[in-house]
Design a protein around this ligand. Sequence first.
Ligand SMILES: [Zn+2]
Length: 104
Amino acid sequence: MKVCLKCETSLNDFLLTGKVGCEHCYDVFSEEVSALIKSQNGRDFHVGKTPNGKTIQENNAETYLFLLKEKSLAEREGRFEALVHIKQKIRLIEEDIYKRGLKQ
Ligand SMILES: [Zn+2]
């Protein structure tokens, strides 16, 4: 069982709640986060390939993880304007995830 060494959130906790305990969790559970987003999006959507050859849900999962990392970077570096934009994008993707019932 994977456990975040920083905040002791386990993979099970994460899968049950859909929530992570700290920014480090995203690195620890990045595979699972991607898999969840892909499977949730894939359930009722048929999507084609995008120009880079990946499905939309693959891109979405990658974008989400990228944004989460960007967010912690921006926080650390005090780039507050960038942080606002990043948080808006994260919220859009999270709303999408909520709608599909990942985080209930
Ligand atoms: Zn953690």
